[in-house]
Design a protein around this ligand. Structure first.
Ligand code: ATP
Length: 596
């Protein structure tokens, strides 16, 4: 396929907000794509070059792109910047400039050629790499037609704005191969087990949907993590997951998937975060201990957290999080050594363990990691019980120790990759108690089961004291029907000055010229600055109420949406993608539970 043909589809996708229409367009692309290009097209559709776990970033900021545009279209960077300020989108600026060059004939590159060129630009590193990136990008842009230019400029900036997620791609693959969405569960299973959309699309193209049945866990390729449901108490928990359950502490650190495999005769180790980004370099002490594992073919699931082996104390998240920096990692590894508490095993010696009941997986895990651990690799402690009283006692102990609560596990359940279910139940201490722990002061009594993960949809300019921060308030949303984001709250007073500064910096980077098409929001609460859906914040609230102003859950005869009372920011959740935000369905359940 020529890239110019792909851009026609991209433009169609850009101009529709109906999920069904997007699914149809994507299905046509997949039908038309050849087996040599379908994987690359899949990544490009998501604005990427490789799956996130490979850790390749474009590293092209707006400044670099501005210079590339200046070079490509023979203008000054100042002129491009001026144009950008009024258009609000460098892709549109590039489109206009390319259109003006009517007498220049565009080279009709194939998708493969363009993909390789972009890959080469992204891979530039070291001394002089910025200049080389600018030069190569300019060369590429000056040879493209106007429509293609628009998308090639937006892609490295993370601003494709096509408004669909991987879920729509999975639907489209089903439509392309079966004529309807009935193959979605099969495709989704494969994607949950090996989270590489390019590999999946290619497999289907080569041998049809039947090929997916053969897809199994593969060390080196992350598995989408299993997630927990919420319940209000121990009795309900036993009813749902018991009678006998496994009780574990809910440690408050980084979710970490540890992979070991052999490649080219060498043992390789990789670590992946909750949203499957490669975090291997962030935790050298864990990687080093993983080398001591007796096997070189394994996938483990666990939580990485600061831990003092002498006192048996876990570090607070604020301490653990200090590791999230690019520099001085070794130094911090000495100051606050991190450990991974492994709570599950997904693969061992060439065999997927996903379908084994948890009790059996746990027995295997206990053989792989002894109670005393292997260096920084520790076995998560587990207590088997059928007693609600014991669960409550454990919950109290966990909260006293400064932890979030418990994760209670169904001992008979398989590992449910990529899904939230009652096979795991998180019991957090009441939010009031949590708040008390985190800020040292109590607030009113309330029964919200959990914090809520919201997407920042935009920012309101600050007034008075906050004028200096730029953004003085945020519009928050959650995920709902049709893959769209619905408003649920404004966040104003619940941020410290430092958090405001940080929010401002981040919203500025995500600025969109108009309301993104995946947003459903009332005009009356439109923020001064719209932000693309990218940033997730964890919010603590007193209560979920109903409000006519918000669109989450408001449809048909429901004239009021869900809304958060007294929202406070807990933290920025860089380990979550917007698709991982709390859903309208979840809020509905939490609303019902708090009324009990
Ligand atoms: P949260 O925002 O509470 O971390 P989440 O959406 O990331 O939630 P959930 O499925 O709701 O994920 O809760 C499970 C999370 O709890 C895991 O992602 C993991 O990071 C953490 N966790 C800590 N201890 C355990 C444990 N023993 N078993 C499973 N998960 C644990």
């Amino acid at each position: 396929m020529k890239f110019s043909d792909l851009s026609v589809y991209l433009e169609k996708l850009e101009n529709t907000s109906s999920r069904n229409a997007m699914t149809e367009i994507l299905a046509s692309i997949f039908q038309r794509a050849s087996r040599e290009e379908i994987d690359k097209i899949s990544y490009l559709l998501l604005g990427e070059l490789l799956p996130a776990y490979k850790g390749l970033e474009f590293n092209i900021a707006e400044k670099i792109m501005t210079q590339a545009l200046a070079l490509a279209f023979d203008q000054s960077p100042a002129y491009i910047t001026k144009k950008y300020k009024s258009a609000g989108d460098l892709g549109n600026v590039a489109h206009e400039l390319a259109q003006q060059q009517k007498n220049k004939k565009a080279k009709n590159f194939s998708v493969n050629y363009l993909y390789d060129a972009l890959l080469e630009i992204a891979a530039e590193s070291g001394e002089g790499s910025q200049e080389r990136k600018i030069k190569k990008m300019a060369e590429l842009l000056s040879n493209l037609d106007a429509r293609s230019v628009k998308f090639v400029v937006r892609m490295p900036l993370g601003k494709m704005r096509l408004g669909f997620s991987e879920a729509t791609i999975l639907d489209a693959l089903s439509v392309a191969n079966k004529g309807d969405k009935s193959a979605r569960p099969l495709i989704e299973r494969a994607y949950n087990v090996t989270a590489d959309i390019g590999a999946i699309t290619k497999k289907i193209k080569m041998g049809g949907l039947a090929m997916l049945k053969k897809i199994e866990t593969n060390p080196g390729v992350p598995v989408r993590p299993s997630l927990a449901e919420r319940l209000p108490g121990a009795v309900e928990t036993i009813k749902k997951a018991g009678p006998l359950v496994g009780v574990e502490k809910k440690l408050d650190g980084f979710r970490t998937q540890l992979h070991a495999w052999k490649e080219g005769g060498q043992k390789r180790i990789a670590l992946f975060s909750r949203n499957l980004e490669n975090t291997t370099l962030m935790f050298p002490e864990i990687t080093a201990s993983a080398r001591k594992l007796k096997t070189d073919n394994i996938i483990l699931d666990g939580e990485t957290i600061g831990y003092n082996a002498k006192t048996g104390k876990f570090a607070a998240f604020q301490e653990t999080v200090q590791r999230k920096r690019k520099y001085e990692i070794e130094e911090f590894a000495k100051k606050i050594p991190l450990h991974i508490f492994v709570f599950d095993i997904l693969h061992l010696n060439g065999r997927s363990l996903l379908n084994l009941p948890f009790r059996k997986r746990r027995a295997i895990l206990e053989k792989v990691i002894p109670v005393q651990g292997i260096g920084a690799l520790m076995l998560a402690r587990q207590t088997e019980t059928a007693s609600p009283a014991l669960i409550e006692k454990e919950l109290g102990k966990s909260v006293e120790a400064g932890l979030e609560g418990l994760v209670v596990k169904n001992l008979e359940a398989p590992y449910q990759a990529g899904s939230r279910g009652f096979h795991w139940i998180k019991l957090k201490a009441t939010t009031a108690a949590l708040e008390k722990l985190r800020s040292g002061q109590a607030r009113g009594k309330n029964q919200l089961l959990d914090t809520i993960d919201c997407v920042i949809m935009g920012g309101y300019r600050g007034r008075g004291k906050r004028a200096g921060f730029g953004v003085g308030g945020l519009l928050l949303g959650i995920r709902g029907p049709e893959d769209k984001y619905y408003t649920v709250s404004r966040l104003g007073t619940g941020l410290s000055d430092e958090q405001f500064r940080e929010a401002n910096k981040r919203v500025e980077k995500l600025k969109a010229p108009e309301m993104p098409k995946s947003y459903v929001a009332d005009k009356e609460i439109a923020p001064d600055i719209w932000a693309r859906p990218a940033l997730v914040v964890e919010i603590l609230a007193d209560e979920i109420t109903l409000s006519p102003r918000h669109t989450a859950g408001r449809h048909g005869s429901n004239t009021r949406g869900y809304s958060l009372r007294f929202p406070r920011l807990v933290r920025f959740r860089d380990d979550k993608n917007p698709e991982d935000a709390t859903t309208v369905e979840e809020i509905k359940k939490m609303y019902k539970a708090q009324k009990k």
